[in-house]
Design a protein around this ligand. Structure first.
Ligand SMILES: C[S@@+](CC[C@H](N)C(=O)[O-])C[C@H]1O[C@@H](n2cnc3c(N)ncnc32)[C@H](O)[C@@H]1O
Length: 248
């Protein structure tokens, strides 16, 4: 999952990529953004893609810096949100070495730390830590490994999408196992990092953040199966949202 992957997907972004803002039906993330909002503050939207969160961030902060590795995504975001005057757009690879990012009071990073490369994730987190001011706030959303395992167990036992299953290209089982052990799960045949709650807590702690809240962002089962069984209600599939304060 490198830059060319994101550039390629940009024109079809809405149909290809899961929309967290739309699917967070309880608006948990929006409420959390309101809690860290500040009219004198700058917020970074790290991995902004086509800018779904920009209208909310624009009205909640003095300035928004929309960051993405994909030039194409940034161009689309800029065009869609041309009426929002307090946003600047910067093409930055968060896994690059020493990117120039304005150190800011707040950052959101919603399903952007997805790479299956451990080295790139560490660099991403190092850069993220550097660009949030001391006592600054971070809202981070990541795919949940626990939720992915639950979906996989339900799929093995009840196989709700027998037909859809046929189209899944099986990767070599040795490759699958190697990736699974690192929490890399194939989504649409692309290995994507999924996190255990405790794993991300440790990682944020190691990168100078104090985690103050962890919540599930729950979605409907039709986001996992095209025909979820009618009895399948709770628990719902979820991503993890972590809220953290940069240590002083
Ligand atoms: C799944 S999209 C999430 C978009 C957005 N945060 C949202 O919630 O709608 C992930 C985005 O992260 C960006 N991204 C992935 N790796 C990145 C990196 N190393 N540096 C900057 N952006 C990155 C991708 O280009 C993509 O636009």
């Amino acid at each position: 999952m490198n830059r060319s992957y994101w550039e390629k997907i940009a024109p079809e972004y809405n149909s290809e990529i899961f929309d967290v803002l739309f699917n967070d039906k309880r608006s948990i993330i929006q409420k959390e953004i309101q809690l860290i909002a500040g009219k004198n503050n700058t917020v970074l939207d790290i991995g902004c893609a086509i800018g779904k969160w920009l209208p909310l961030l624009s009205s909640s902060f003095k300035k928004v810096i929309a960051i993405d590795i994909s030039k194409e995504n940034l161009q689309i975001a800029k065009t869609i949100h041309s009426e929002l005057s307090n946003i600047s757009y910067e093409r930055i690879d968060m896994s690059g070495v020493n990117p120039k990012i304005k150190v800011s009071e707040a950052a959101i990073c919603i399903n952007a730390l997805l790479t299956d490369s451990e080295k790139k994730r560490t660099q991403f987190l190092t850069n993220l830590s550097k660009c949030v001011k001391k006592k600054g706030k971070l809202i981070m959303v990541v795919p949940s490994l626990e939720s992915s395992s639950l979906t996989s167990i339900i799929r093995q036992k009840w196989n709700p999408d027998k037909d859809a299953h046929k189209s899944i290209i099986k990767k070599k089982s040795s490759l699958q196992v190697k990736n699974m052990l690192q929490g890399n799960i194939a989504i649409d045949n692309v290995f994507t990092k999924h996190f255990l709650k405790e794993e991300l807590e440790i990682l944020l702690d190691q990168h100078g953040f104090n985690v103050t809240k962890v919540e599930k962002i729950e979605y409907n089962w039709n986001t996992e199966f095209s025909k979820p069984p009618s009895w399948l209600k709770f628990p719902k599939p979820w991503d993890w949202m972590l809220v953290a304060t940069k240590c002083a």
